[in-house]
Design a protein around this ligand. Structure first.
Ligand SMILES: Nc1ncnc2c1ncn2[C@@H]1O[C@H](COP(=O)(O)OP(=O)(O)OP(=O)(O)O)[C@@H](O)[C@H]1O
Ligand SMILES: Nc1ccn([C@@H]2O[C@H](COP(=O)(O)O)[C@@H](O)[C@H]2O)c(=O)n1
Length: 214
């Protein structure tokens, strides 16, 4: 891939200004991307605690949809077991509903957009573009080790599905990161380091948001 800027690449004051509308609310959206097991969810929890964002994980929303007994549940479950990307209309509807329901105006959207279809459809439907994209970079070897040790009972944390998820990440998700990189919107983090060290780099990027929390 191209020349993604390494952390700590701080967010400028201009980037902090929310320019997207969601109904009558101005919102700031940060996409959080990275391979499966790169530590997106772990660091999103830290960002929520320190910088007042709301964390919306596309994967969690899809898993909740399965549990709710929705008509799409079986289709979503089969896609997740195969490591495939669920059609954008389903995921975008869940993300939109979650953002509208929430009073916050700052959202971390974790694990989305996962492919070009996700990206283009989200932009077309919501007219929202991200302030920036936080990209957790980690080797497959390390991500595999983490996923096999996660122990949360996920149907996709088995070696067969993990390998499929890695393939989808390289073939479909990395091009999305390259798309935003070409727009200078990617903040790349070395996610192979221990959790507290990764968060030090994340903090440097989010520092300007500390000033705008009221
Ligand atoms: N920097 C780190 N070093 C070691 N282990 C980590 C690190 N970050 C996260 N982990 C652990 O790795 C596992 C995967 O982390 P996490 O769920 O945050 O990844 P993710 O990118 O959100 O994964 P997925 O895309 O599959 O949901 C968890 O068990 C977590 O505790
Ligand atoms: N935009 C997305 C995000 C996720 N999925 C499906 O969910 C699985 C798990 O996602 P995590 O982010 O929790 O790892 C993923 O492998 C996909 O099957 C999706 O379809 N679209």
């Amino acid at each position: 891939m191209g020349t993604v800027v390494d952390a700590p690449a701080v967010v400028t004051e201009k980037e902090v200004v929310a320019e997207n509308m969601l109904g009558d609310k101005k919102v700031t959206v940060v996409f959080v991307l990275g391979g499966p097991g790169s530590g997106k969810g772990t660091q999103c929890s830290n960002i929520v605690e320190h910088f007042g964002f709301t964390h919306l994980s596309a994967g969690d929303l899809l898993r909740a949809e399965i549990k709710s007994g929705s008509e799409n549940g079986t289709m979503i479950e089969n896609m997740i077991k195969e490591g495939k990307i669920v059609p954008s209309e389903v995921t975008i509807k869940l993300l939109q509903q979650a953002m509208i329901k929430n009073e916050n105006d700052k959202f971390l959207i974790d694990g989305f957009p996962r492919n070009e279809e996700n990206r283009a459809a989200f932009e077309n439907v919501t007219k929202i573009s991200p302030a920036f994209v936080l990209f957790f970079n980690c080797s497959e070897e390390e991500m595999e080790r983490r996923l096999l040790g996660r122990n949360e009972g996920r149907v996709d944390d088995n070696i067969e599905t993990i390998r499929k998820r890695f393939k989808v990440f390289v073939e479909s998700s990395l091009p999305v990161i390259e798309y935003y990189d070409a727009k200078d919107k990617v903040k790349k983090i070395d996610a192979a380091k221990p959790i507290p060290e990764v968060f030090e780099d994340v903090k440097a990027i989010f520092a300007p948001y500390a000033k705008v929390i009221v």
